[in-house]
Design a protein around this ligand. Structure first.
Ligand code: HEM
Length: 210
């Protein structure tokens, strides 16, 4: 296909022909994965110090050793999650990639693609194109991380973020929202890893860019 025939569409900064994921995207994706692992596992240790529900997380899968150690990991991971996420979003918006890759998305489209996937009829030949299930899942996890950060701010600086605390229904409600958002994030990661295992080519592309 000649350059003139190539379909028009916004390309990400630094993207060149044949590149599926530009370098900035791969770097922010893997830093985000690291931040999420730190946040979730240290969060489990913090939870164990004062459980909301009738169970605790096994110590072996938590980070930080003790409450103060886990809090230090959680706060360190928080800056990485926040600034890396901000950079990812800013570059995605500025390059037009957010609109181009993740929209349009509709409940009907998601259901149609889930149905095709269940029958093994969802094509994966063009890794630059996300199907509606991927679009929904990735937009969902972006929103979920935003909810985690906002509810986390209330738990961290409850007095300073008084309006946000009121908006979330108070400190105890913010704690529950933070927990549920964490559980949804872990659910996303489990499904995400299963999908990557089903189509391993996507992992090579997320590592090498093409
Ligand atoms: C070690 C764990 C992980 C692996 C192996 C992995 C792998 C991948 C791969 C291969 C893709 C490309 C999918 C495709 O082209 O169809 C991808 C995209 C993505 N992953 Fe992950 N991922 C991991 C962890 C995470 C975590 C923890 C999150 C967020 C909580 C995340 C969020 C995303 C998002 C939002 C995209 C779409 C990125 C974009 O195109 O802008 N991933 N991941």
């Amino acid at each position: 296909m000649s350059t003139l025939q190539r379909p028009a569409g916004p390309t990400a900064p630094g993207a060149s022909a044949g590149v599926i994921h530009p370098a900035w995207l791969r770097v922010t994706h893997w830093l985000n994965a690291l931040a999420v692992v730190i946040m979730v596992t240290s969060g489990w240790r913090i939870y164990n110090a004062s459980p909301l529900f009738d169970f605790m997380f096994p110590k072996g899968i938590t980070l930080g050793g003790w409450l103060a150690g886990a809090l230090q990991w959680h706060f360190a991971g928080m800056w990485l999650l926040f600034f890396n996420g901000l950079l990812y979003l800013a570059l995605n918006v500025a390059s037009g990639r957010l609109l181009h890759r993740f929209f349009p998305v509709s409940p009907r489209g998601v259901l149609r693609d889930v149905w095709s996937a269940l029958r093994g009829r969802l094509p994966h030949d063009d890794l630059k194109h996300y199907n509606q299930v991927q679009r929904f899942a990735y937009l969902f996890v972006m929103l979920d991380i935003a909810v985690l950060i906002l509810s986390g701010l209330v738990l961290w600086k409850s007095v300073q973020f008084g309006h946000l605390r009121a908006l979330l229904g108070g400190y105890e409600a913010a704690r529950r929202i933070h927990f549920v958002a964490m559980a949804l994030l872990v659910g996303f990661v489990a499904v995400h890893l299963a999908m990557v295992a089903l189509v391993p080519r996507t992992l090579i592309a997320m590592l090498r860019g093409r």
